[in-house]
Design a protein around this ligand. Structure first.
Ligand SMILES: *Cc1c(COP(=O)(O)O)cnc(C)c1O
Length: 184
């Protein structure tokens, strides 16, 4: 995709429904919030911990409502903190974890690469990030259904057109189930 912001937006749209609430730390770039709202979901700002500036789960717990569906931890300054606690929290409250890993490409957590475990991770390859391609972003997940949906959403929602284009084909009959985007 063109941008880390686009990656986050598509991950939220693929995983959630409009009106769903997403817990997000208040110390982050504005892109985390705007990606959530662009997907029709509602960002809910949470406190960060004084010790490491990451999402405060105790504060986040108090902001859970019946519409809360996801958590967006931000690996601020490449630091992922206690991700095990984040995933435990998400499991306990039945939330998806859509990580804003814009600062964390190539970083590890307990010896494992960010993006190789957990639910969904989104990277940015903007000019000021760990590595860059000018502008760029990526969604990483083991959830094949979610990734298939992200692929469709980045090609105007045309079902399975992304795969065809990489095989030098195109759809001539378009199946479009929802709002998509033209992201690269
Ligand atoms: C840079 C950044 C983004 C968005 O990345 P872009 O590629 O610039 O769209 C998202 N979240 C955080 C925390 C960032 O620093």
């Amino acid at each position: 995709f063109e941008l880390g912001t686009a990656a986050l937006q598509l991950a939220v749209q693929a995983a959630l429904q409009p009106g769903d609430e997403v817990l997000v730390p208040s110390l982050t770039y504005v892109a985390s919030f705007q990606a959530i709202s662009a997907a029709g979901a509602i960002p809910v700002a949470c406190e960060v911990r004084e010790a490491d500036a990451l999402l405060d789960l105790a504060d986040a717990a108090q902001r859970i409502t019946p519409r809360t569906r996801a958590l967006m931890p931000v690996h601020y300054a490449s630091y992922s903190g206690d991700l095990d606690a984040v995933h435990e929290f998400a499991q306990r409250h039945r939330l998806r974890v859509i990580a804003d890993a814009a600062h964390a490409f190539g970083c590890t957590h307990r010896g494992r690469k960010i993006g190789s475990f957990g639910d969904v991770s989104c990277f940015s390859f903007d000019g000021i990030k760990n590595i860059t391609c000018g502008e760029g972003g990526a969604v990483v997940s083991a959830d094949a259904e979610l990734i298939a949906k992200v692929r469709d959403l980045r090609m105007l929602g045309v079902e399975r057109d992304t795969e065809k284009r990489y095989q030098r084909q195109r759809s001539w009959e378009f199946e479009v189930a929802e709002q998509g985007w033209r992201y690269h």
